[in-house]
Design a protein around this ligand. Structure first.
Ligand SMILES: Cc1cc2nc3c(=O)[nH]c(=O)nc-3n(C[C@H](O)[C@H](O)[C@H](O)COP(=O)(O)O)c2cc1C
Length: 188
């Protein structure tokens, strides 16, 4: 399968990157085609809510000329997309949130007859790392992620939260095992 990883952490050698490296290694060992997009190096703007994209339902109709349309194109061509981010103020980073909001341009007629999506049937997964526990901390991002598949007409293929993170070298074998199991699950 073609798999795109959206790396939402600015830290190239941080906790999210370390967990992603285990996920990517496992996916590559299963002979999947994996591309990681490091969002922090991209020119990303937030959705303007202009709804111009809704006038062109068959293409990416976003009028903004930054790096996001190319990222959305890669998403459309992927059978699996892994969204990943550190937990920032009980949410996702600004970098990945900008891309998620711009996926508004990938579907049309949500909640109406004729609902269609350029990423219909896509398997989507979410990896989040955080310093705190899941409870009273990380639930919100997973709840929002679980709703996103509705307008996208996508499939929630897996969710992984790695809490109590300090430094990447402290991420142990049990975290690595969870990463490997997550990788296997999202393509199953
Ligand atoms: C601006 C900022 C906000 C954060 N907010 C939270 C939070 O709400 N909950 C939490 O558990 N950790 C929070 N953290 C800790 C990070 O989520 C955690 O250290 C994460 O593993 C960092 O990932 P990275 O190394 O990939 O950047 C925050 C860190 C920063 C810098």
């Amino acid at each position: 399968m073609k798999i795109t990883i959206l790396q939402g952490s600015a830290r190239k050698r941080g906790n999210t990157a370390r967990v992603l490296s285990w996920i990517e290694d496992e996916l590559v060992s299963m002979r999947h085609e994996v591309e990681t997009i490091y969002l922090n190096s991209k020119n990303l703007h937030g959705c303007m809510g202009c709804a111009k994209c809704k006038e062109k339902p068959d293409v990416i109709g976003c009028v903004q000329k930054d790096d996001v349309p190319e990222i959305l194109e890669k998403m459309i061509q992927s059978q699996v997309v892994i969204f990943s981010s550190p937990l920032y103020f009980w949410g996702l980073t600004a970098q990945i949130k900008a891309v998620i909001d711009r996926t508004y341009s990938l579907y049309t007629n949500y909640h109406q007859p004729g609902h269609a999506s350029l990423i219909k049937g896509q398997r989507q997964a979410l990896l989040v790392t955080g310093a705190g526990p899941y409870e009273n901390n990380a639930e919100g991002v997973f709840a929002a992620f679980g709703r996103m598949q509705n307008p996208h007409m996508a499939i929630n293929a897996g969710e992984l939260y790695i809490g109590s993170c300090t430094t990447p070298d402290q991420l142990n074998d049990s975290v690595q095992q969870k990463a490997i199991e997550f990788a296997r699950k999202i393509v199953a």
